[in-house]
Design a protein around this ligand. Structure first.
Ligand SMILES: *[C@@H]1O[C@H](CO)[C@@H](O)[C@H](O)[C@H]1NC(C)=O
Ligand SMILES: *[C@@H]1O[C@H](CO)[C@@H](O)[C@H](O)[C@H]1NC(C)=O
Ligand SMILES: *[C@@H]1O[C@H](CO)[C@@H](O)[C@H](O)[C@H]1NC(C)=O
Ligand SMILES: *[C@@H]1O[C@H](CO)[C@@H](O)[C@H](O)[C@H]1NC(C)=O
Ligand SMILES: *[C@@H]1O[C@H](CO)[C@@H](O)[C@H](O)[C@H]1NC(C)=O
Ligand SMILES: *[C@@H]1O[C@H](CO)[C@@H](O)[C@H](O)[C@H]1NC(C)=O
Ligand SMILES: *[C@@H]1O[C@H](CO)[C@@H](O)[C@H](O)[C@H]1NC(C)=O
Ligand SMILES: *[C@@H]1O[C@H](CO)[C@@H](O)[C@H](O)[C@H]1NC(C)=O
Ligand SMILES: *[C@@H]1O[C@H](CO)[C@@H](O)[C@H](O)[C@H]1NC(C)=O
Ligand SMILES: *[C@@H]1O[C@H](CO)[C@@H](O)[C@H](O)[C@H]1NC(C)=O
Length: 876
C-alpha cells in the first residue's frame, strides 16, 4: 500500500463518512453542493486512520454516490480500491496541492454508474490506454482530464459507449498529433469541448461541422492553421467560441461569414486573440444580439471600428487591443453599449471623439485606452465612470489641467496609469485615501508637492514632472516596492528608506535634494534589519555628507548611482563585504577622497565602476583583477543576480504601465541616454579626473571584458603596460593628461574594437605604432597631441628626421615645429571633436556605447529594471 498523506486520509475519510451518513443521497450526483459538504466537514470530528485502514473503509462505503476530494489536501496515489464503490456517480479530485497520481486506472472501469469524473491535474503520465478505460463508462456525462500529462489520443473509438458524454475537457495535455482524425470527433453529442493547448496541429477539421450539439468550443493554443471550415451551418447551439493563439491567417470578414447563422442570436463569447486575423471589420453585419464578450486583441485588423459594435447591447467586454485599427469612435458606437464593463482598445490609433456633455450609458470597471487619442481636452465622459478598478489612459494625447472630478473617480482605482500625456495641475492632498496599488503619472506636467501616498500603494512612478517641494515626512505606503521620482524639482532631504521592507527599485535622481542620506537606526531588538533594495539611484542632486552607511543593510544592492552630488569623505571599506551583489557603482562628480580601498576589489560582480571627477588619490590596487565582472562577459539570461524582467515570466497585465518591448529590458533616462538593453552588457572602468598616482598595473590587461577604460586626468606615471593590448573588447581608451612615458606599446594596434583613443598630454615618446585599427580612428592625430617625443605618421614629425638633425638645430626646429604642431593639432582637435559629434548625432548606438563616457552632459547612466506589476492580475 502506497503511503497516503495522513491529513488527506483524514479528510477523505471524513468525507466518506459524511457522504454515507448525513450527506449521502442528499447530494446531487451531477453537481457538487459545496455548502452541504462544508457543513458536514466542520461538524464532524476528525479521526485518524492508518493507511491500512483505508481499503477497509472504502469497502464499508459501498453505497456511496458522491465523492469529492477537490479542495482537500489529498496527495499521493489514488487508492484503486475506489473501484469498489460501484454506486459512485460523482467523483472529483484535483491535485493543486501536491502530486496526486495514478499509474493504473483500470479501477475506473468498474465505476459503471459514474456520470461525473473530474481528475484534472492528476498525474497520469504513465497511462496509455485511458480512452478505452473511460469508454467503459456508459453513463458518463462529464469528463475532465485537463493537465494530466496524457500523451495519447487515439484516432477513433471502434464503438463509442460515450453517448451520454456532454462535456469533455482534456486541455493542457501533450498529444502532439494531427487534430483530425481524433476519437472525440465521434462523440457527436458533445456540448462542451475543451482542448486548449493540447499540441494538436493541422488544418481546422471539417468534422467540426458535424458537432451539431456543441455549445462551448475551445481550441485555443493549438498549432492549427487556416480559416475555420465552411460547413459550420449546423452548429445551431454555439454559444462560446475560443480560438486564440492559432494561426487563422485570413480575413475577419470571412471568419464572420463562416460562423453559423442559426446560432447568431445565441453566441455569447467570441475570443479570437492573437489568431493572425487580418483586414477590416465588415462595415455591415447581422448583429450578434447575445454577444457579451468580444475579444479580437493582438490580431492585424485595420480600418475603423464599425458602427454595428454599438448594437451589441449585451456586450460587457470589448477588447480590440493591439491591432492597427484607426478612425473615430463616437457616441453612436458607444451609446448602445449599456452593459459594457471592460473596454480595451490599447495600441491602436483609434480616436474617441464624443461631445463633452455626453453621459455614457455604461459603468466601466476596466478602461484600457493606452495610445488611443482622447485629448487634447481631458475626456469628460470619464467623469461618470465611478466604478473603475483599472484605468489606463497613458499616451492618449491629453494636454489639459487635471479636473477635480478625476481624483474623485480614480480614488477607487487600483491601477492608475496616465503616463505620457501633458496633464498639469496639483496632486490631490487626499491622495493617501486613494485605493491605488499602482500609480503611474510619469511624463506629465504635474507640479506642486508630493502628498502622502495611498496606504496600499506598491508601485509609484511620478518621474519627469514638475513636482517640487520636499518629500512628505511620512510617505505612507508601507508596502512600497518601486519608487520612481526622477527628473522633478523635489527639494529638501531624503526621508529614511529604512522602513520600506519591500522596496527594491528606487530612483530619485535628477532632483534638488540636499542634505545627507539618512541612516537606519535599526536597534538590535528589531527583527528585520535588512533592506531589499536592488537599484538605488540618487544621482544628480545636491546631496552632501558621507557615503550612505545604511547601505550596509542592503545585501541585495546591484545598481548604485550617487553621481553628480556633493558627497564627500573616503570610500567605505565595508562596500566589499556588505554589498556582495554590487555590479554597477557610479560615484562620479562628487568629492570623495582618499585611496581606493582594496576591499572594493572583493566585489566580484562589479562590472561598472565610475569614480571620475572626485579627489581619489593613492595608487591602483593590483587586486583589480578580482573584478570578475570585468573579466568575464556576462550572460544575464542565466544570471540570477540581476533580476531579469523577462525571465520572471510576469507581464504587466493589460494595463501597460511598465510594459516594454523586447529591446527595452533596461531603459535609461532621456533620449540621449537611451540604452536599449545594452547597459547590462556595459563594462566600464572610469577613474578619470582624480589624483591617482603610480603605474598603471600590468594586471589591467586581465579585465578583458572592458568596453570603456578611462584613466585620464590623473597622475599616472611609468609606461603604458604592454598587456593593455589584451583588452580586445575595449571600444574607447583614454589615458590622456597623465605623466605616462616611454613608447606606446605596439600591442595597442591589436585592439580591433577600439573606436576612440586618447593618449594626449603625456610624456610618451618614440614611434606611433602603425596598426590597422589605429589608422582608422576618427579623431586622430589629436590622439597624440601634447607628447613632444612622439613621431611618425600620423604626426607630421618624422622619426628619422629627428634622429638626423643636430641637437642645436633640433631645439630650434622643435620649437617652431611645436608651434606649428600645436596649431595644427588644435585645429585637428577641434575638427576631431566636431566629426565625432556629428557621428554622435546620427549614430545612436555608437553614442550610447562610447561617447557618453566623455561628455558629462551625456553620461547620466541610469538603470531602470522594469517593474512587474504582478498585482494587476488580481484586479482583473
Ligand atoms: C445545498 O444543500 C443544502 C442542504 O443540504 C440546501 O439547503 C441547499 O439548497 C443546496 N444548495 C444547492 C445550490 O443545491
Ligand atoms: C476492493 O478492491 C480490491 C481491488 O482494488 C479488491 O482486492 C478487494 O477485494 C475489494 N474489496 C471489497 C470489499 O470489495
Ligand atoms: C508525473 O509522473 C511522472 C512519472 O511518475 C514523473 O516523471 C513526472 O515528473 C510527474 N510530473 C509532475 C508534474 O510531477
Ligand atoms: C462499452 O461498455 C461496456 C461496459 O460498460 C464494455 O463491456 C464494452 O467493452 C464497452 N465498449 C467498448 C467498445 O469499449
Ligand atoms: C477554454 O475553454 C473553456 C471551456 O472549455 C473556457 O471555460 C475557458 O475560459 C477557455 N480558456 C481560455 C483561455 O480561453
Ligand atoms: C501570420 O500570417 C503570416 C502570413 O500572412 C505568417 O507569416 C505569420 O507567421 C503568421 N503569424 C503567426 C503568429 O502565426
Ligand atoms: C442569450 O443569453 C442568455 C443568457 O446570457 C440566455 O438566457 C438567452 O436564452 C440567450 N438568448 C438566445 C436567443 O439564445
Ligand atoms: C499585418 O498586415 C500587413 C498588411 O496587411 C502586413 O504588412 C504585416 O506584416 C502584418 N503584420 C503581421 C504581424 O502579421
Ligand atoms: C454637444 O451637446 C450639446 C447639448 O447636448 C449641443 O448643444 C452641442 O451642439 C453639442 N456639440 C457638438 C459639437 O456636437
Ligand atoms: C487597503 O487594503 C486593505 C486590505 O486589502 C483593504 O481592507 C483596505 O480597504 C485598503 N485600503 C484602501 C484605502 O483601499
Amino acid at each position: 500500500m502506497h503511503m497516503l498523506h495522513v491529513s488527506c486520509v483524514q479528510l477523505a475519510i471524513v468525507l466518506f463518512l459524511l457522504a454515507q451518513t448525513e450527506c449521502s443521497g442528499g447530494i446531487s450526483a451531477h453537481h457538487p453542493n459545496e455548502t452541504g459538504i462544508t457543513r458536514c466537514i466542520t461538524t464532524e470530528s476528525c479521526n485518524r486512520f492508518s493507511d491500512q485502514q483505508v481499503p477497509e473503509f472504502l469497502s464499508s462505503l459501498h453505497n456511496l454516490r458522491y465523492l469529492s476530494l477537490s479542495h482537500s489536501s489529498f496527495n499521493g496515489r489514488i487508492p484503486p480500491q475506489l473501484g469498489n464503490l460501484s454506486n459512485l456517480r460523482y467523483f472529483s479530485i484535483d491535485s493543486n496541492f501536491g502530486e496526486t497520481y495514478s499509474t493504473d486506472i483500470s479501477w475506473l472501469s468498474r465505476l459503471s454508474s459514474l456520470e461525473y469524473l473530474d481528475m484534472s491535474f492528476v498525474n497520469l503520465s504513465t497511462i496509455v490506454h485511458w480512452v478505452p478505460t473511460v469508454n467503459m463508462l456508459r453513463s458518463l456525462k462529464f469528463l475532465s482530464l485537463s493537465f494530466c500529462e496524457l500523451r495519447t489520443s487515439p484516432d477513433s473509438l471502434l464503438h463509442s459507449n460515450l453517448t451520454s458524454l456532454e462535456t469533455l475537457e482534456i486541455s493542457g495535455n501533450r498529444f502532439n498529433k494531427h487534430v483530425s482524425p481524433n476519437w472525440f470527433w465521434d462523440v457527436t453529442n458533445l456540448k462542451h469541448l475543451g482542448v486548449l493547448a493540447c499540441q494538436f496541429h493541422g488544418r481546422f477539421p471539417d468534422q467540426l461541422g458535424s458537432m451539431t450539439s456543441i455549445v462551448v468550443l475551445n481550441l485555443s493554443g493549438n498549432n492549427l492553421v487556416g480559416m475555420i471550415p465552411s460547413n459550420l451551418n449546423n452548429l445551431c447551439n454555439l454559444e462560446e467560441l475560443f480560438l486564440s493563439a492559432i494561426n487563422i491567417n485570413g480575413s475577419i470578414a470571412e471568419f464572420f461569414e463562416r460562423l453559423p447563422d442559426c446560432s447568431r442570436s445565441k453566441l455569447r463569447t467570441l475570443v479570437l486573440t492573437m489568431s493572425n486575423l487580418t483586414g477590416s471589420l465588415p462595415a455591415k453585419l447581422e448583429p450578434f444580439s447575445n454577444l457579451t464578450w468580444l475579444d479580437l486583441s493582438g490580431n492585424n485588423l485595420t480600418g475603423p471600428v464599425p458602427m454595428w459594435i454599438g448594437e451589441l447591447t449585451k456586450l460587457t467586454d470589448l477588447e480590440l487591443s493591439s491591432n492597427n485599427l484607426d478612425g473615430i469612435m463616437n457616441e453612436n458606437h458607444l451609446s448602445g453599449l449599456v452593459s459594457l464593463e471592460r473596454l480595451s482598445l490599447t495600441f491602436n490609433s483609434i480616436a474617441i471623439v464624443v461631445n463633452s456633455t455626453w453621459v455614457p450609458p455604461f459603468s466601466l470597471t476596466d478602461v484600457e485606452l493606452s495610445s488611443c487619442i482622447l485629448g487634447p481636452e481631458f475626456p469628460m465622459w470619464l467623469r461618470w465612470q465611478t466604478r473603475i478598478f483599472n484605468l489606463d489612459i497613458s499616451n492618449t494625447s491629453i494636454s489639459d489641467k487635471v479636473p477635480d472630478w478625476f481624483w474623485k473617480i480614480s480614488s477607487s482605482v487600483y491601477t492608475l496609469n496616465i503616463r505620457n500625456n501633458q496633464i498639469s495641475g496639483l496632486l490631490p492632498s487626499t491622495m493617501e485615501f486613494m485605493a491605488a496599488t499602482a500609480m503611474d503619472l510619469s511624463y506629465n506636467q504635474f507640479s506642486g508637492p508630493i502628498p502622502k501616498l495611498p496606504i496600499n500603494l506598491t508601485n509609484l512612478d511620478l518621474s519627469r514632472n514638475r513636482l517640487s517641494g520636499p518629500l512628505p515626512a511620512d510617505f505612507g505606503a508601507p508596502g512600497l516596492e518601486t519608487l520612481f521620482l526622477f527628473d522633478n524639482y523635489i527639494s529638501g532631504t531624503i526621508p529614511s528608506l529604512c522602513k520600506f521592507q519591500f522596496l527594491w527599485l528606487v530612483d530619485i535622481s535628477g532632483n534638488k535634494l540636499t542634505g545627507s542620506i539618512p541612516d537606519c537606526s535599526f536597534n538590535t531588538s528589531t527583527k528585520n534589519t535588512s533592506l531589499n533594495i536592488v537599484n538605488l539611484s540618487l544621482g544628480n542632486n545636491k546631496l552632501s555628507g558621507k557615503f550612505p552607511s545604511f547601505l550596509q543593510n542592503c545585501q541585495t544592492l546591484v545598481f548604485l548611482d550617487l553621481a553628480n552630488n556633493q558627497l564627500s569623505g573616503p570610500l567605505p571599506v565595508w562596500i566589499g563585504e556588505k554589498l556582495p551583489s554590487l555590479a554597477f557603482l557610479r560615484l562620479r562628480s562628487n568629492m570623495f577622497y582618499g585611496h581606493i580601498p582594496v576591499e572594493l576589489t572583493k566585489l566580484v560582480n562589479l562590472q561598472y565602476l565610475d569614480l571620475a571627477y572626485n579627489n581619489i588619490s593613492g595608487s591602483l590596487p593590483e587586486s583589480f583583477v578580482n573584478f570578475k565582472g570585468m573579466v568575464v562577459t556576462r550572460d544575464y539570461h542565466n544570471d540570477d543576480k540581476i533580476p531579469d524582467p523577462f525571465a520572471s515570466g510576469m507581464s504587466s497585465g493589460d494595463n501597460e504601465m511598465m510594459d516594454f518591448t523586447d529591446n527595452f529590458n533596461v531603459v535609461t533616462k532621456g533620449q540621449e541616454q537611451l540604452y536599449t538593453g545594452e547597459i547590462i552588457y556595459m563594462v566600464n572602468l572610469d577613474l578619470s579626473c582624480n589624483n591617482i598616482i603610480g603605474q598603471i598595473p600590468e594586471e589591467i590587461g586581465t579585465l578583458v571584458a572592458l568596453k570603456n577604460l578611462n584613466l585620464s586626468w590623473n597622475a599616472f606615471s611609468g609606461n603604458i603596460p604592454d598587456k593593455i593590448g589584451a583588452l580586445v573588447q575595449v571600444e574607447s581608451l583614454d589615458l590622456s593628461h597623465n605623466d605616462l612615458s616611454g613608447e606606446i606599446p605596439n600591442s595597442l594596434s591589436a585592439l580591433t574594437s577600439l573606436s576612440h583613443l586618447n593618449l594626449s598630454y603625456n610624456n610618451l615618446s618614440g614611434k606611433v605604432p602603425s596598426g590597422n585599427q589605429l589608422r582608422t580612428l576618427d579623431d586622430q592625430p589629436s590622439i597624440y597631441i601634447g607628447n613632444p617625443g612622439l613621431c611618425g605618421p600620423p604626426l607630421s614629425k618624422s622619426c628619422s628626421q629627428t634622429e638626423l638633425v643636430p641637437s642645436a638645430q633640433k631645439d630650434h626646429e622643435d620649437e617652431s615645429e611645436k608651434v606649428f604642431f600645436s596649431l595644427a593639432m588644435g585645429i585637428g582637435y577641434v575638427m576631431g571633436i566636431w566629426i565625432v559629434l556629428c557621428i554622435f548625432l546620427f549614430q545612436r548606438k555608437w553614442r550610447a556605447i562610447c561617447f557618453s563616457f566623455y561628455d558629462s552632459t551625456y553620461d547620466r547612466i541610469y538603470v531602470q529594471v522594469a517593474v512587474t506589476w504582478a498585482s494587476f492580475k488580481f484586479y482583473k
